[in-house]
Write a protein that binds this ligand. Structure first.
Ligand code: HEC
Length: 302
C-alpha cells in the first residue's frame, strides 16, 4: 500500500512539474508574441494619391467595403480619432486602445510617412517596427498599390483631431488568452510586401475574393465562411450564416443576394443588426456572390 502511495506521489509531482513547465512556456510565448519587434522590416515605396478619382475610390472602399471607421477607429466618439477603455473583467485587465488615424501630427498619423502607414495597414507593423495587436492587417495584405495609395490620400484628408491614445496593454492572463486566439486574432503581422500589387479584374471571381477579404466577412462568418456563433455573442444572438454552397445561397438570385447584403433584406426575413449593411455597388456584390459559389461546401446548421 505504502509503495502504491509513493508511486502515486511521484507521478503526481511529475504531472504538476510538467504543468508548471507548460504554463511557463505559454507565458514566455505570450510575452514574446505581444508587440513583437520587426526592426529589419523594409518599407515599400508608395505615395498618397489625392486625385479626384482616387478620392472617390477611397471613399467607396472606406465607407462601403472596409469598416475601419464603424468597426473600431470611431468607436470612442470623434470620427477616426480612436480612443481607449480600461477593461477589468475576471482575470483580464487591459487598456483596450484604438489608435487615432486623423492627420494630427502629435497624436494621429500626421507624423508618419505614407510608406509607414501603408506598412501598418497591409503588413501590421507600426512606424517603429512593432507588430500591431488586434488590427486585422491580414485582411488588407491583398490591397493593391492603387487602392492603398487612394486610402492614404483619404487618411491624409481627415481633419486633425488632437486625441492622445495610449498603446494597447494587457496583463499576463490577457496576453496568454490573446496568444491562444481567445480574444480574436492575436497577431496580424503578414509577410513583407516586396513587389507591386495589382487588384484582380473587377467583376471577376478573384475580385469577389478581394472584396471578401477587405470587407472582413471572415471576421464573423469564420475562415471557411461556413458561419457560426459570433465572438463574444450572447446565446440568443443569431449566428453568422453559412455562405458556402451548403447554405441557402445557391437558392437565391443575384438580386436577392444584393438586397440581403446591402439592406439586410434576405428572402423571407429581415436580418438582425449582427450583419452589417454594406454600401457596395451591384457589380461588386455580384462578384462576391460568384466567389461564394466557388467555395468548398461545408455542412453546418447555420
Ligand atoms: C460583424 C459580423 C459580420 C460580418 C463582418 C459579416 N457578416 Fe454576414 N452575417 C452576420 C450575421 C450575424 C448573420 C445572420 C444574421 C441573422 O440571421 O439575422 C449574417 C448573415 C449573412 C447573410 C444571410 C445568409 C442567410 O443564409 O441568411 C449573408 C448573405 C451574409 N451575411 C453575407 C456577408 C458578406 C458577403 C459579408 C462580407 C462582405 C458579411 N456577411 C460580413 C454577421 C456578419
Amino acid at each position: 500500500m505504502k509503495k502504491v502511495l509513493k508511486w502515486f506521489g511521484i507521478v503526481l509531482a511529475g504531472l504538476v512539474a510538467l504543468l508548471v513547465v507548460v504554463l511557463i512556456g505559454l507565458v514566455i510565448f505570450a510575452q514574446m508574441s505581444f508587440k513583437r519587434s520587426y526592426t529589419n522590416r523594409p518599407l515599400y515605396e508608395i505615395t498618397a494619391d489625392n486625385s479626384p478619382e482616387a478620392q472617390a475610390r477611397a471613399k467607396y472602399l472606406m465607407e462601403g467595403v472596409m469598416s475601419c471607421d464603424k468597426a473600431c477607429h470611431s468607436e470612442f466618439g470623434a470620427r477616426f480619432a480612436g480612443g481607449y477603455d480600461e477593461v477589468n473583467e475576471g482575470p483580464i485587465s487591459a487598456v483596450f486602445a484604438v489608435p487615432n488615424l486623423t492627420s494630427d501630427v502629435e497624436t494621429g498619423l500626421g507624423g508618419w510617412s505614407d510608406a509607414q502607414i501603408a506598412r501598418a495597414i497591409r503588413e501590421g507593423v507600426d512606424k517603429d517596427g512593432v507588430g500591431l495587436v488586434v488590427m486585422p492587417a491580414n485582411n488588407y495584405h491583398v490591397l493593391s498599390d492603387a487602392d492603398m495609395a487612394a486610402i492614404l490620400g483619404y487618411l491624409r484628408s481627415l481633419e486633425p483631431v488632437k486625441n492622445e491614445v495610449p498603446t494597447i496593454s494587457l496583463n499576463t492572463v490577457g496576453k496568454v488568452m490573446l496568444a491562444l486566439g481567445l480574444l480574436g486574432p492575436s497577431s496580424s503581422v503578414g509577410e513583407p510586401i516586396t513587389a507591386p500589387q495589382v487588384a484582380p479584374q473587377p467583376g471577376s471571381v478573384e475580385y469577389g475574393a478581394y472584396l471578401v477579404s477587405l470587407a472582413d466577412c471572415r471576421g464573423c462568418h469564420r475562415a471557411d465562411l461556413a458561419g457560426g456563433a459570433l465572438p463574444f455573442s450572447d446565446p440568443g444572438d443569431a449566428p453568422a450564416a453559412n455562405l458556402t454552397p451548403a447554405g441557402r445561397l445557391p437558392f437565391w438570385s443575384e438580386a436577392e443576394f444584393i438586397a440581403t447584403v446591402r439592406e439586410g433584406q434576405a428572402p423571407g426575413r429581415r436580418l438582425t443588426e449582427g450583419m452589417p449593411r454594406y454600401q457596395m455597388n451591384d457589380e461588386d456584390l455580384v462578384a462576391i456572390f460568384k466567389y461564394l459559389g466557388t467555395l468548398e461546401p461545408v455542412q453546418t446548421g447555420n
